[in-house]
Write a protein that binds this ligand. Structure first.
Ligand code: PSV
Ligand code: MN
Ligand code: MN
Length: 431
């Protein structure tokens, strides 16, 4: 049974109030862009093509290892998570798929899950496996690792779980499995670094062999946490080595928060594109570590530079370039729906600005080693307020000019609070 949904009439009502003002802003921006040979309509159409998947775990309140402060009306199961994801899509219109996490989203009947999503207009992006926690009823513990555990029986259990995820994903219409493992060591000497990586490759080969013909496996690296001395797939180097050893279906997934501070992520992205190994992204932002903050909330310029590389790849027609875009955030103090909507828009914003870069001029400045003008060229695009383009793209696709305003006026959260009596300790996604 589906609960309260925001009436499309409310969206139309809000849009009607803002439409004239938006049209004026759009016209003004269009004229400005036209002076530098840019067609605003082409940019808007391209922005409308941009899509990002919502993580099912993101619509619940996250937390840290110090605590979790649940918000009102949190989804209590995957079906309610789907409702919240559908609400995000209804208002922003660039998030038509969800990325589920198993066993957090496990259901008795996978067909029902697919049908319920379809009924809400949602599809499925990559499925995520979970061997970083022990689950109730699980035979062997992952305390000392999963795919790289010293005990072959634990490795076999973890491999089996991933194969089950592929099976579920196949039924859902997904085309990729994302594997992030927490395996590593907390102390020097605890783990034989080379043997652990060999065990990883051995386990991953078995998972790889279970992939359907048209599937990929995304290897997600992360520098540390919960392993605080060494993590088996700590960086894009290990990820790339593994993906190369496994074969063409294995690709490297970049979670923006999974790097050391100040690492040049856009350069990693460029390298992975160049060697046809970029799987896609878990988008988020961070100040210190894997903070899982909203996209663009800390360093929007870095996000823009990442998108600049992505647009370069399209313009330069790099072979094999088809990245999967997903968000991966944890919300401690905000309403998850509001955060995810604002992140989806921040991603579109970075994309729109990257589309505005005068690539011919930039290329000429690069060739003539004119550093200041090269930077200026990027800055000119980055500093353009593309808000009217984003709002117009949303409105034309049936979404809200101002999604946050519609969401708040609708009283969605209060309605869900009434519909969803809470049980304690609900929801995954605190890592
Ligand atoms: C790990 O920190 C991670 O980024 C992986 O993508 C997990 O699957 C996700 O977080 C779960 O919250
Ligand atoms: Mn992630
Ligand atoms: Mn993470």
């Amino acid at each position: 049974m589906t609960g309260y949904r925001i009436d499309d009439g409310l969206v139309a009502e809000h849009n009607a109030v803002l439409e004239a003002e938006l049209a004026a802003d759009y016209e003004h921006l269009g004229a400005k862009l036209a002076r530098s040979g840019r067609d605003i309509e082409a940019i808007t159409a391209e922005v409308q093509r941009f899509k990002v998947a919502v993580p099912t775990w993101g619509v619940g309140t996250g937390g840290t290892r110090f605590g979790r402060f649940p918000g009102p009306g949190e989804p209590r199961n995957v079906f309610e998570k789907l409702e919240d994801c559908a609400t995000i899509q209804q208002l922003v219109r660039c998030a038509p798929t969800v990325s589920p996490h198993f066993p957090w989203d496990r259901v008795e009947d996978v067909t029902e899950l697919k049908e319920r999503a379809q009924a809400l207009g949602l599809g499925f992006d990559a499925v995520n496996s979970n061997t970083f926690q022990d689950q109730r009823g699980q035979k062997l513990s992952y305390k000392f690792g999963s795919l790289t555990h010293t005990d072959p029986a634990v490795r076999a259990q973890a491999v089996q779980h991933n194969i089950e995820c592929i099976e579920i994903g196949r039924k859902l219409g997904s085309k990729a499995l994302t594997v992030w493992i927490a395996d590593g060591a907390n102390f020097p000497g605890q783990q034989h670094l080379t043997k652990a990586f060999e065990r990883y490759l051995d386990s991953m080969r078995q998972i790889y062999a279970a992939l359907p013909e048209d599937w990929s496996v995304f290897l997600e690296h992360k520098l540390y946490e919960p392993a605080f001395y060494t993590t088996v797939i700590a960086d894009w180097g290990s990820s790339y080595l593994a993906a190369t050893a496994l074969g063409p279906k294995a690709l490297c997934l970049v979670d923006l928060g999974h790097h050391a501070p100040n690492v040049n992520i856009e350069q990693i992205v460029a390298r992975l594109i160049q060697f046809e190994k970029l799987a896609g992204f878990h988008f988020n932002d961070s100040k210190y570590g894997d903070d899982d903050l909203d996209s663009g909330s800390i360093d929007p310029f870095r996000l823009f530079l990442v998108f600049h590389e992505l647009v370069n790849a399209v313009v330069e027609q790099r072979p094999g370039f088809a990245p999967a875009y997903m968000m991966d955030q944890s919300h401690n103090v905000t309403d998850p729906i509001e955060s995810l909507m604002s992140s989806a828009i921040a991603l579109q914003r970075a994309y729109a600005k990257a589309l505005l870069v005068d690539r011919d001029a930039l290329s000429a400045y690069q060739e003539s080693n004119d550093a200041i003008m090269a930077l200026e060229t990027l800055k000119r695009a980055f500093e353009t307020d593309v808000g009217p383009i984003l709002a117009t793209a949303r409105m034309r696709a049936g979404g809200a000019i101002d999604p946050l305003a519609v969401y708040r006026t609708s009283g969605y959260r209060a309605r869900k609070d009434a519909e969803r009596p809470q049980t304690p300790n609900l929801g995954g996604g605190i890592v």
